[in-house]
Each structure stands twice: as C-alpha cells, then as structure tokens.
Design a protein around this ligand. Structure first.
Ligand code: HEM
Length: 475
C-alpha cells in the first residue's frame, strides 16, 4: 500500500493513502492498523479515484453511529432487481433507514425483550446439555466447529421454531452459504472484476432457492399461531399501521439468522481459547462456578451472580470482537474530520480498532478481565454490539447464551489449547472468524490449569504471555 498525501484546497494535507481497495477485505485488521499508524483516527483509502473512509475511536463512533439521518446503513452491496428474491432477502433491518427502520425495529424488538428471552432458556439448556453429554474427556476437538454447529441448532430453534435437527442444519447452512456469497461478490462492488461479475447469476439463483425455504418456514409458523419462537412473534407483531408483511418477514428472518449465529459462535469459541491460555483467569472463574453453581446449567438468578463470568465475556468481546468493523454510507454531503464527504461515500468504523486503543484500555493486547472492576467505558468506547439507534437487538440474548453455555461447559470439562496448534483469525464479512480449526483438549475438570504455546496470527492480536495480575475484590 503506497502512501500519497494530497492537498485539498487548503494548506493542510489530507490523510489519504493510495492503494488497492481490495487490500481492505483481504485483511481488514492489517489495513486499518496501517491507516491508523500512518494517519491517526481518520483516513481514506483511495484507488483510482474511488475512496473508502475510515474513522476510528469514540468521537467518530459517536458522530457516525448516533446520527442515523446523515449516516445510513447499507449492509448488502448486491440488492438484486426490484421484486427479486435477492432484494427481499437483503431487506432486513440493516438495510432499512429512517422511519421505516424505526417502525420495523419496534415491531421485531418484542421477540428479543427480557420476557421473550426467558422463553428460550429451556431450549438453550436442552441443546447445551445434549452437546456436553456427547463430549468425552481425553479428546481433542475443534471448538469453533462445535460452537458453530451448536449455534446453528440453537438459532434455528429459537428464531424459527425448527426443532428438527436435519432441517435446522439445512436452512442454517443455506443462509450461511448465501451470506458468504454476498460477502465475496459484494467486494466486486468496490472494483470491476469480471470473474466476480460472472458469479452474480449463481448468487441470484441461490437466493431464489433460499427464499422458497424461508417462505415455507413462514407458512409453517403461520399454521401454528401458538409458537414461542422469534419468527412466530414477528408474525403476530403489529402496530396501528398493521403487521410485518410476508416480504418483510423474509428479509428480517434472513438477517436475524445471519446476525445471530456466527457472531455468538465465534464469541464463545474465542472466549474458551482465551481462558485456556490464561490459567489465573480460568482459576478465578473456576472458583466462582464452584461456589455459585451446583454443577449444571445456571438458573436465571444464578446468572445474575456470575460477576467473574461477566467480566470474562466482556473482556473477550473487547479484545477479539466477533463483529470487528461495520460500515455506513453518507446519505447527504457532510463533514467528517478533515473530509468533505459527498453523498454515498462509504465509511468504515471499527470495534476492533477502538477496543485496542491504549488510551482507553491500557495494554490493550493483554487479556485482563479484572480491568472491568475499575472501568466503565461509554457506549462509543466499548461497542461489541454496536451503539446508537441500531445497536444489536440480540445483545441480551447473546449475553444470556454466553453466560449459561460457558459455565455449563467449564464445570464439566477442563479446556486446554492443543500445544503448537495454529490459532489464527481473519475478519470475513465484518466478523472476526478463526481461520483454522481451533483445537482444544477436553479433560475432566480438576481445577488445575496450564497455558500452551500456540502458533498463528493470534499473537498479533493478543499478548499471550501470562502477566502477573493483582485481583482486587469486586465492589
Ligand atoms: C455475540 C453475538 C453478537 C454480536 C457480536 C453482534 C453484533 C452486532 C453489531 C455490532 C450490530 C450493529 C451493526 C451496525 O451498526 O452496523 C448488530 C446489529 C444487529 N444484530 Fe447483532 N450481534 C450478536 C448477536 C445477535 C443475535 C443473537 C441476534 C438475534 C437475532 C442479532 C441480531 C441483530 C440485528 C437484527 C441487528 C440489526 C439492528 C438494526 O439495524 O437496528 N445479533 N449486531
């Protein structure tokens, strides 16, 4: 990536790097780090006259995320033609703005409020216990694969009421495949690329197949009006203007599944890995689980008492946020730092970059859950679930899943990284995903923990040398 500093009608040079726009999706974290190191918290990447803007840190997060009028969400690059399956599938909340977004968000929100979430607990419990009962001590497993399969089942059941495992996997895999195709081909929107253009047809055909499957699911739910899954609740939601139309339900269902499943799976997997590599943290957590739980799945009251578990999850989502960046598009001409943005400019903001700022989190590459005893960051300083009017509606559900599933696993099993295994991550379609099997050894829980040396680019994101830590008493 070559650096070029331009001037823009004033004596002040603009913070612009000229390079390939593809450098960004190739390796988002490396690209953002280079831009920040070179220019600071605001920069642009320019490729043959096309620019993408990057804004880092709480001030810019606030400016961009709190103002839904100036900065629109436009999550999917390929929308398909009007009345096409692709258009309907990409019409969920993250493609809506203004009044339409506000209204639809209100309508779907009921399925994610505390009262509704409590209905999902028996399912979370059943599937967690099933998973753990199949695991054997003395074995090595790809824990990310396990968490992904588990979340696929759980998300299909909670969101769509599918309790047939085979159907859950089929629909889940189809949505995953569609999300991946959108990611790969969406990059073609950045620059002309014939190979990518040739594959648009495949995406549009696949969208038709997926839509038929989702429509069948919606019809099935309509035939069972007592369902307590999120889709059933969305079907019966209504306000003075009416209910959510079938076309809108298709977009909301596809988005919900895509947004819920891998983000939560990766957060669970990263947390297990980080704990395994930090024996003193694991030890403290083990004590909490031993004293506050009775060996099984935590009750709602017990979850509220798991303060160390909460710190562990928060710190994992700080250091390796499953959603590492997202983007907005300027709806009108506006000023962002030194840049006069035209309408339709693409702007990237980043949880990963914000969470790794030393001025907000001293020694940001160190995994230190105890820092949460002393800090209380603002919503724009700590934003694993986004911030502002389109903050994640599934955040309480995701937190509940993590705060029940992790204790259930860790009471039963001691989890250790497989020595010298590869642990690497890459941001794909905004999500920080493990790029190879995340191999962990499971043993009977004996409360004795040991970190293991691992290979991979994890060392560029997390300092894995155990640091002596002073654990102060929680308030
Ligand atoms: C650890 C798990 C999760 C993470 C890290 C996560 C992260 C995020 C983030 C960062 C955003 C904001 C995106 C933006 O501003 O561009 C978001 C939005 C959203 N999330 Fe999540 N999410 C998680 C789980 C879930 C779950 C379980 C659901 C359940 C359905 C869900 C549904 C949504 C929806 C519908 C939106 C769009 C909200 C809107 O546009 O108003 N997410 N999520």
């Amino acid at each position: 990536m070559a650096n070029l500093v331009l001037t823009h009608g004033s004596d002040e040079p603009l913070p612009i790097t000229r390079g390939r726009l593809f450098d960004f999706p190739d390796d988002p974290i490396a690209c953002m780090r280079k831009l920040k190191a070179r220019h600071g918290n605001i920069a642009a990447l320019e490729d043959e006259g096309q620019r993408v803007y990057f804004a880092f840190g709480p001030e810019f997060n606030h400016q961009i995320l709190s103002d839904g009028t100036t900065y629109h969400s436009q999550f999917f690059a390929i929308r398909g033609s009007r009345n096409s399956p692709q258009r309907r599938l990409t019409s969920g909340l993250l493609s809506m703005n203004g009044e339409q977004h506000k209204r639809q968000r209100r309508l779907v929100m009921d399925a994610f409020l505390k009262k509704a979430i409590l209905n999902y607990v028996p399912t979370i419990r059943k599937l967690t216990e099933e998973m753990v009962s199949e695991w054997k001590p003395g074995t090595e497993r790809d824990i990310n694969r396990d968490m992904t399969d588990f979340m696929l089942r759980l998300t299909s059941t909670i969101l769509f009421g599918i309790d047939d495992a085979e159907m859950a996997y089929r629909v889940g895999h189809m949505i995953d495949h569609w999300v991946h195709m959108n990611h790969e081909l969406g990059m073609g929107a950045f620059v002309a690329n014939q190979d990518i253009a040739n594959r648009y047809g495949d995406l549009l055909t696949f969208a038709g197949t997926l839509e038929s499957e989702i429509k069948a699911m919606i019809n099935q739910r309509k035939g069972n009006p007592t369902g307590r899954d999120a889709l059933s609740m969305m079907i019966s939601a209504h306000d003075s203007e009416g209910s959510i139309s079938d076309d809108e339900l298709i977009g909301q269902a596809a988005l919900m599944f895509g947004a819920a499943h891998l983000t939560t799976a990766h957060s669970l997997a990263w947390t297990l890995f980080l704990l395994a590599e930090h024996p003193s943290v694991m030890g403290e957590l083990h004590q909490e689980l031993k004293t506050k739980l009775d060996g099984g799945f935590p009750t709602a009251d017990q979850v509220d008492q798991l303060h160390c578990t909460e710190r562990v999850v928060k710190e994992s989502m700080r250091i390796l946020p499953a959603s590492s960046y997202s983007q907005r598009v300027s709806a009108v001409a506006t000023q962002l730092g030194p840049f006069a943005l035209p309408p339709s400019a693409g702007i990237v903001f980043s949880q990963f970059m914000t969470h790794h700022m030393p001025e907000l989190y001293p020694n940001p590459e160190e995994y230190r859950p105890e820092r949460w005893l002393h800090i209380n960051p603002s919503p724009y300083e700590y934003l694993p679930f986004g911030a502002g009017p389109r903050m994640c509606i599934g955040a309480p559900l995701a937190m509940l899943i993590m705060k029940t599933v992790l204790p259930t696993i860790l009471q039963r099993f001691k989890v250790t990284a497989v020595p010298m295994s590869e642990v690497s991550g890459k941001v794909i379609s905004t999500m920080l995903c493990p790029t190879s099997a995340l191999m962990m050894r499971l043993d009977e829980q004996d409360g004795r923990f040991e970190a293991q040396a691992v290979r991979g680019n994890i060392h560029e994101m997390v300092d894995l040398r155990e640091v002596p830590r002073v654990v102060r008493k929680a308030a």
